[in-house]
Design a protein around this ligand. Structure first.
Ligand code: FEO
Length: 171
C-alpha cells in the first residue's frame, strides 16, 4: 500500500503532466495557425506523450492501493512571439518537470519507498531524452535566426520527427 505522502506527491505530479499536455497542445494550436505545420505535428505528438506520462502515474498509484486524483489546472498560454519563443518555453518547462521529478524521487527516498523510486527511474531517463531533444531543436532554431528558408527546413524536420515517433510507438 502506497503511503499518503507519496500518493499526494504523485498526484501533484499527475497535475503537472496533465498541464504539460495542455501546454504543448496550446503551442501546437499556435504553430498550426502561424505557418508551422511540422512544429504543430511535433507538439501535438508531444502533448500525447505528456498525457501518457500522466496516465502511467495514474495507473501506478491505483495499482499500489492508492487513489489517483485530478486537480484544477490553469489555462496554458495560447499566444507566442515566435517559434523560437515556443521552444524556449518548452525547454524551460522541461527543466521544471525534471526538477519536479527529482523532488518526487527525494520524497520516495525519505519515505523509504524504494518501489516507487524504482518506478521513477523511467521518468528520470525520459527527462534526459526529452531535454536533449528539445535542446537540439532549440539550437537549430537559434542557428537559422530569421532565415525563412532555414525555418522552413526546421519545420519539415519537426514533421519528420513527429512521424518517426508515431511509427516507433506503433512497432
Ligand atoms: Fe512528462 Fe516531459 O515531462
Amino acid at each position: 500500500m502506497i503511503k499518503k505522502t507519496v500518493e499526494s506527491a504523485i498526484n501533484e505530479q499527475i497535475r503537472r503532466e496533465e498541464f504539460s499536455s495542455r501546454l504543448y497542445l496550446s503551442m501546437a494550436i499556435w504553430c498550426q495557425s502561424n505557418g508551422f505545420p511540422g512544429a504543430a505535428d511535433f507538439l501535438y505528438r508531444q502533448s500525447d506523450e505528456e498525457r501518457m506520462h500522466q496516465l502511467k502515474f495514474v495507473h501506478y498509484v491505483n495499482d499500489r492501493g492508492g487513489k489517483a486524483a485530478l486537480m484544477a489546472l490553469d489555462a496554458p498560454k495560447s499566444s507566442f512571439d515566435s517559434l523560437l519563443t515556443v521552444f524556449e518555453q518548452v525547454m524551460e518547462h522541461e527543466h521544471y518537470i525534471t526538477a519536479s521529478i527529482n523532488d518526487l524521487y527525494e520524497v520516495t527516498l525519505n519515505e523509504k519507498d524504494y518501489t516507487t523510486g524504482n518506478f521513477l527511474q523511467w521518468y528520470i531517463n525520459e527527462q534526459i531524452e526529452e531535454e536533449s531533444t528539445m535542446s537540439t531543436i532549440l539550437d537549430k532554431i537559434n542557428l537559422v535566426g530569421d532565415d525563412k528558408a532555414g525555418m522552413f527546413h526546421i519545420d519539415k524536420e519537426l514533421a519528420a520527427m513527429a512521424t518517426a515517433a508515431i511509427s516507433n510507438a506503433a512497432v
